[in-house]
Design a protein around this ligand. Structure first.
Ligand code: MTE
Length: 326
């Protein structure tokens, strides 16, 4: 992972035109009899179109949304525009650039089987729509802080990860929950790159996974979560750097041993297991003191645990010897 520097000719996030502005601009040009101008300005308009959010339209889970918001989780800032959160993504299975949303549409979402295995009373494989029926869906507003020092704030829909842990009935010997993304190199060109340790893998301790903040997102902005954001199941752990929030999960494994995660294998010194947000602990190549909020000018101060310390700081008491913030 690295910070992607905008080249001079690229528009900045805050300059991106929203879909409504773009459409009204087109009708204004038309009404002025200047429709022909659209040809002359094609590259600019194409850039605007490229930032229109895409939602998976034939998702059988669509009637489940919107779900009721849980008002316990409040934001200290406005939510990020939908067209930014759904077009500026990290999803290496579909490329290492931020503009992967078109490529991600190749991901087939049905059938989608979720395996729950390892140290559980009874391993099972369950179809996503059956799982969704069993889980208590709600909406939560969460901040999100990427290790690359950009951030957003979005309304996730989904369920507390604890509900899935309870459903799985782990044995007392389980200490960690490992989560893995699908493996389908035919559809995901990034997975044909042999130098990455596919499938993408992440992990939490059982105490972290059952903390009330740990959330599985199945929706975004009151609709099924788009493919580029990790459909149909994606982790949201807002006190940790964004790379912990594994997308498109196909397997949950309860284990005694700490999983070696995807980025830990690639670059363990920079992207470790714990990855809790801390403005005082710099990345080897950049400071984590501030963040660029998508769609806003300037930077804001980053907070310890991304501002969620009241919920999670206790999880790490007595663990000072661990690299908790990398
Ligand atoms: N999950 C998978 N399977 N593959 C990925 O490349 N990238 C991670 C995380 N989950 C990633 C992933 C990183 S680095 C970030 S910052 C977030 O997804 C980005 O989430 P977003 O695109 O919804 O903002």
């Amino acid at each position: 992972m690295s910070i992607r520097q905008n080249r001079d000719w690229e528009i900045k996030e805050f300059e991106v035109t929203s879909e409504s502005v773009y459409r009204s601009r087109r009708s204004l040009l038309k009404s002025m009899g200047m429709g022909g101008l659209i040809v002359g300005t094609a590259p600019l308009l194409a850039a605007c179109e490229d930032n229109t959010p895409i939602v998976y339209e034939n998702d059988p889970s669509a009637p489940l949304y919107p779900v009721k918001r849980n008002t316990r989780y409040v934001l200290d800032r406005p939510t990020t525009a939908e067209n930014l959160a759904t077009t500026y993504n990290n999803f290496y299975e579909f490329g290492s650039q931020k503009k992967i949303w078109r490529a991600a549409q190749a991901l087939p979402l049905r059938p989608w089987l979720v395996e729950i295995d390892g140290l559980v009373e009874k391993p099972i494989t369950i179809a996503i729509d059956d799982l969704l029926k069993k889980m208590p869906l709600e909406e939560r507003l969460y901040r999100f802080r990427c290790v690359e020092a950009w951030s957003m704030a979005v309304p996730w829909s989904g369920f507390a990860l604890k509900a899935l842990v309870d459903f799985a009935k782990p044995l007392g010997s389980a200490k960690y929950l490992q989560m893995e993304t699908f493996l389908n190199p035919k559809k995901a060109p990034g997975q044909r790159q042999g130098w990455y340790p596919w499938p993408y893998r992440e992990g939490l301790t059982i105490a972290e996974a059952t903390n009330e903040l740990a959330f599985i997102a199945t929706g975004l902005y009151g609709k099924p979560i788009p493919k580029q954001n990790g459909a149909p199941l994606r982790l949201a752990v807002p006190w940790k750097y964004g790379f912990k929030s594994v997308k498109s999960i196909a397997r949950f494994t309860f284990t005694e041993h700490r999983p070696v995660t995807f980025w830990e294998k690639v670059q363990g010194q920079e992207y470790g297991f714990w990855a809790n947000v801390n403005p005082k602990v710099s990345h080897r190549c950049w400071s984590q003191a501030t963040e660029r909020v998508l769609g806003k000018r300037g930077r804001v101060a980053t907070q310890l645990f991304n501002g969620y310390g009241d919920y999670v700081a206790d999880l790490y008491k007595g663990m000072e010897g661990e690299r908790l913030y990398t």
